[in-house]
Design a binder for this molecule. Structure first.
Ligand code: HEC
Ligand code: HEC
Ligand code: HEC
Ligand code: HEC
Length: 209
């Protein structure tokens, strides 16, 4: 009787031992410290990535003062690109042809800086419409239009590079994908309108009662 009991107990102990061995990979390491060291995630051995979140967005890579990140590609989003489909001659000529008809860009009303500081030619150049240009006339690709904005808005540009101004898309793991200035600000009317803070709708509550 007692031998039977002892045998039963022994089998249970052996079974438990076998199960516990199967379920832990402790045996891969000599000590717990070895395990912690081997399995700690550091920037060097990080294997998680945000690539799966970003794969539906066409992106361009940028490098600014040691910051490396992705921003959404723009050119394919601009309805009237390529501009040179129409801008094959100087604006004056285009305007002459257009007399009596609705202006081509009737929907664009500049409300940015005062008209003594800025007009269309501050950013667009009539002999190279498919690109923007800096204040000193160097070419800026439409995909990198933040370079245009940063000339006059250094503070926001610095914050944006570090990830403080703007919004990150996708996940937190690298590679970082951030919205670019024109994803949020319309370059022709960049300020956001003032809004009331969200208010509790007392009227609706009354109606429901
Ligand atoms: C469908 C034809 C067409 C396309 C595409 C087009 N434009 Fe124009 N654009 C015109 C015409 C025509 C004028 C002449 C003035 C007018 O009618 O408004 C003009 C005028 C302009 C002017 C001068 C406005 C002024 O009042 O002095 C700018 C700046 C301009 N276009 C920028 C662009 C840019 C940038 C693109 C591409 C992103 C573009 N256009 C694409 C037809 C076009
Ligand atoms: C502060 C710089 C700036 C000024 C000033 C400016 N633009 Fe633009 N414009 C841009 C940028 C940047 C884009 C590209 C925006 C984007 O990526 O969606 C653009 C886009 C456009 C487009 C293409 C829009 C579309 O969705 O098809 C047209 C057309 C255009 N501008 C015409 C004009 C005209 C006309 C004026 C003057 C009334 C003007 N712009 C003034 C910066 C400027
Ligand atoms: C040539 C200089 C210049 C360029 C280039 C320029 N801006 Fe501006 N921007 C100004 C000035 C001047 C004002 C009006 C003064 C102010 O409110 O800060 C202004 C106003 C603004 C405002 C409103 C600020 C407020 O107080 O509400 C925003 C947002 C803005 N710009 C964003 C942009 C973006 C985005 C671009 C690039 C597409 C851009 N700017 C390009 C000079 C510029
Ligand atoms: C994710 C959207 C987003 C992106 C990207 C973004 N901004 Fe803004 N920006 C905002 C919002 C929201 C405000 C606050 C508007 C307000 O308070 O009325 C703002 C405010 C501003 C102002 C006004 C600051 C002030 O003191 O009132 C400027 C200038 C500006 N942004 C420029 C830029 C420039 C330049 C870039 C690109 C380098 C950029 N922004 C990218 C959303 C964005």
């Amino acid at each position: 009787m007692t031998t039977k009991l002892v045998l039963k107990a022994l089998t249970i102990v052996i079974c438990l031992f076998v199960i516990s061995c199967k379920h832990s990979d402790e045996h891969k390491y000599h000590t717990v410290v070895d395990k912690i060291e081997a399995e700690t995630v550091t920037p060097e051995n990080l294997t998680v990535t945000s690539e799966t979140f970003n794969e539906n967005i066409k992106t361009v890579k940028i490098e600014e003062d040691g910051f490396e990140f992705l921003i959404p590609e723009r050119k394919s989003q601009i309805t009237s690109f390529n501009c040179t489909e129409c801008h094959t001659k100087p604006i004056d000529k285009l305007k002459q042809d257009q007399v009596g008809e609705k202006a081509a860009h009737w929907n664009i009303k500049l409300a940015h800086a005062g008209s003594e500081i800025m007009n269309c030619a501050t950013c667009h150049t009539s002999n190279n419409m498919d690109n923007l240009h800096s204040l000193t006339n160097s070419e800026i690709d439409f995909n990198y239009s933040y370079k245009l904005c940063s000339q006059c808005h250094q503070k926001e540009f610095k914050d944006w590079k570090g990830g403080a101004h703007g919004k990150q898309l996708g996940g937190w793991a690298p590679p970082r994908l951030s919205n670019t200035c024109v994803n949020c600000h319309n370059p022709h009317k960049p300020a956001f309108e003032k809004r009331w803070p969200v208010r509790f709708n007392t009227q609706k509550v009354k109606e429901r009662q």
